[in-house]
Design a protein around this ligand. Sequence first.
Ligand SMILES: [Zn+2]
Length: 209
Amino acid sequence: MIHEIVPVGLLQCNCSVFGDERTREAIVVDPGDEIERIQAILTRHNLKLKAIVITHAHIDHIGGAAKLKAATGAPVWMNASDQELYQHLDMQAAWLGTKTPEKTAIDVGARDGDSLRLGEIDFHILHTPGHTQGSVSIWIPMENKLVAGDTLFRDSIGRTDLPGGDGRQILRSIHDKLMPLPDDAVVVPGHGAETTIGREKELNPFLQF
Ligand SMILES: [Zn+2]
């Protein structure tokens, strides 16, 4: 499977482009900004976008969704519990001191247990609230890979002091949904370097009890 990770925008959100070599279909996760770069990757690999998946409605992860959808026609997946945050994109833009990007309708309400298929590979939606109420992680068992959004980072976890954040809930999500994954599963966080479930279990200071 093709997988390119592009840090985009002011806050360098890790945008993932997944592509299937046989069907030439693609899934993009968290197109926060710099949509031209994302489109260039799709073009370079001759990929047709099948779905846009949003891990949560913070502007750095969702800011470019409307533009990418307009360019490709691909449906946008996002958990419904982040709809209210998305409604306040203008407020989020003001906090960051940036222009409010265009908004789009959410086409599919990415719920816990939902899955998408790319070629032979299944992408499973795990609802992992805490950073925001609608935060999801994407588990790809056949690739042994997790796209964690801002729920889990290398040596850290997502902040919970913003609207919709809940410190106990994010820990519960990590323990119940992410820690049971294989220790050698690769974690692609919403920002910064990759890690593994086992490494975070052992060394992440927020997960030591
Ligand atoms: Zn966030």
